[in-house]
Design a protein around this ligand. Structure first.
Ligand code: NAP
Length: 274
């Protein structure tokens, strides 16, 4: 969406650290970034799947591919990956992709599941973005890509804590993009619509039955997301055909800005008017 400066240097070479790279959208990012000439650090919990994927990418692209096994729903796992971001000066791109949904509706989920979701979808990308932003700013170069979701725009239509976690990702990305742009660091939020990956079946859902004819291939999603990164977009919505709709939404939001800080309460809330 047209909220960034067009600048091909937003897709740096160097090393990309991709979370959730053992399958789904993250695995496609890893493959496409290697094709573009990036070396890779692939992060997820499944060591075997990471090894297999890394070997395939190495064979196809000839790039260097490391794996980092970490559970990003734990403080230790987040610290391990943040430490790598802080210490490895070759890293120029963070893809904050790992995420989870929960089966059932908001009230069906127990406290542990909800805390795991918030830790993986909110705490981990926040702390990893913080670690990356500090080192990228010091080098005046780098990009942070945060994978959100279109559900951040449609909280009434899709489940509770997951939608909230993705709204947070959009909000954080827009805030960081504004703060970091003058320091040479680009931030992009990617908002996938329904995309064909294992996240649905793992949660007992059949996306084709829920939204027939509307499920995007992960390969197409990543192709659009990388085109948006190349174009310097702050927010990329691969499925939205008419970008004027996003521009209207943003104009409406910014239109409220001058009215939101006032000494006096709005007249409609004064005693006698309610
Ligand atoms: P996926 O196929 O389930 O893949 C998720 C990836 O995250 C896997 O590599 C998984 O690997 C990793 N992961 C899960 N839990 C983890 C943990 N605790 N620590 C570290 N890694 C973990 O899901 P996906 O559809 O590709 O989702 C990728 C991102 O896109 C997520 O943020 C999701 O919310 C977002 N998204 C997806 C859709 C969609 O329709 N698919 C739509 C909108 C947004 P391990 O199991 O090996 O750890």
């Amino acid at each position: 969406m047209m909220t960034g400066v067009k600048n091909m240097s937003n897709s740096p070479k160097g090393t990309a650290l991709v979370t959730g790279a053992s399958g789904g959208i993250g695995a496609v990012y890893a493959q496409r970034l290697a094709q573009r000439g990036c070396d890779l650090i692939l992060v997820a919990r499944s060591k075997d799947r990471l090894h297999e994927h890394a070997a395939r990418i190495k064979a196809e692209s000839g790039r260097t591919v490391d794996i980092l096994v970490a559970d990003l729903s734990t403080a230790d796992g987040i610290a391990t990956v943040a430490g790598r971001l802080e210490q490895d000066a070759s890293i120029t791109l963070l893809i904050n992709n790992a995420g989870m949904m929960l089966p059932g509706a908001f009230l069906d989920n127990d406290a542990k599941g909800t805390v795991d979701l918030i830790t993986l979808n909110v705490t981990a990308p926040t702390l990893l973005a913080s670690a990356a932003a500090k080192v990228f700013l010091a080098r005046k170069q780098g990009a942070i890509v945060n994978i959100g979701s279109v559900v951040s725009l449609l909280p009434e239509m899709f489940g509770g804590a997951y939608g909230g976690s993705k709204a947070y990702i959009l909000n954080l990305s827009q805030s960081l993009a504004a703060q970091l742009k003058d320091g040479g660091v680009h931030v992009q939020a990617v908002l996938p619509g329904p995309t064909r990956t294992g996240i649905w079946t793992q949660n007992g859902l059949d996306p084709d039955a829920m939204m027939p004819g509307k499920i995007m291939a992960a390969e197409d999603l990543v192709e659009a997301a990388l085109a948006g990164l190349d174009a310097g977009e702050t927010v990329t919505i691969p499925s939205l055909p008419d970008e004027a709709l996003w521009a209207q939404f943003e104009a409406s939001r910014f239109g409220m800005a001058p009215h939101l800080a006032q000494r006096d309460i709005a007249a409609r809330y004064r005693a006698g008017n309610v």
